[in-house]
Design a protein around this ligand. Sequence first.
Ligand code: ADP
Ligand code: ADP
Length: 225
Amino acid sequence: DYVIQADGLTKVYGAQRALDGVTLHVPPGTIGLLGPNGAGKSTFIKCLLNLETPTSGRALVLGRDIRASNRESRERVGYSPEQDSHIPGVVGCEYVTYCGQLSGLSFKQARQRAHEILDLVGMGQERYRKIDTYSTGMKQRAKLAQALVHDPEILFLDEPTNGLDPAGREYFLRLIGSLHKQLGTSVVISSHLLNDIERICDRVIIIARGRVLEHDSMENLKNRH
Ligand code: ADP
Ligand code: ADP
């Protein structure tokens, strides 16, 4: 069973082919999406989440056609966008609870899960602090908590280590690398840093100029190079 199946997925912006015929069959696990800035990583993720409409091609996420994506299929997916959400005045646990409600949980379920997930990501101490006072590392962890609160089957993290110092990066990568084992969630993590992906992923997709250059298990990739 594949978590992502893409067939000729293409996204054109004006004269720019952000995605150029991406065809992939990706099994569950911790999946690295590696490529330089502008490679098409965000566009790929946004197309799979139905946040962008592909120009052509098709894709299935968790076996469902992304064009037919409904509330039920969105509830099986988590997303931590590259950009921070600007919501002044809101404290961490309110934010994560609210995101849980948006993803189909009742208020009570969402609040309980928000506290559990904030503990899991090491944010128990900061749960009553306002998000706009968080450090970059705390914001990244709050975004991860928000993406995990409803127990998705697959999680998309767009450049989640951006802006972290080496210690913060280390902590955060270890946390992300443990999610598939701990929660059974497949994780797609994009990065422009080989080192991030190499450390925690069991599978790598290398993308450049909108095309897939490599897709293999980390083990095979290391043996071949
Ligand atoms: P990455 O996430 O790998 O940095 P992106 O998917 O953000 O790459 O971008 C791929 C290419 O598509 C880049 O050249 C980018 O400038 C372009 N692009 C992305 N989004 C848009 C948009 N909304 N309008 C026009 N061009 C875009
Ligand atoms: P990324 O690392 O994903 O490329 P960017 O900072 O390039 O992030 O893009 C931020 C936002 O701007 C994204 O939502 C992207 O779709 C949009 N964007 C990127 N490039 C362009 C572009 N050339 N024209 C218009 N929008 C763009």
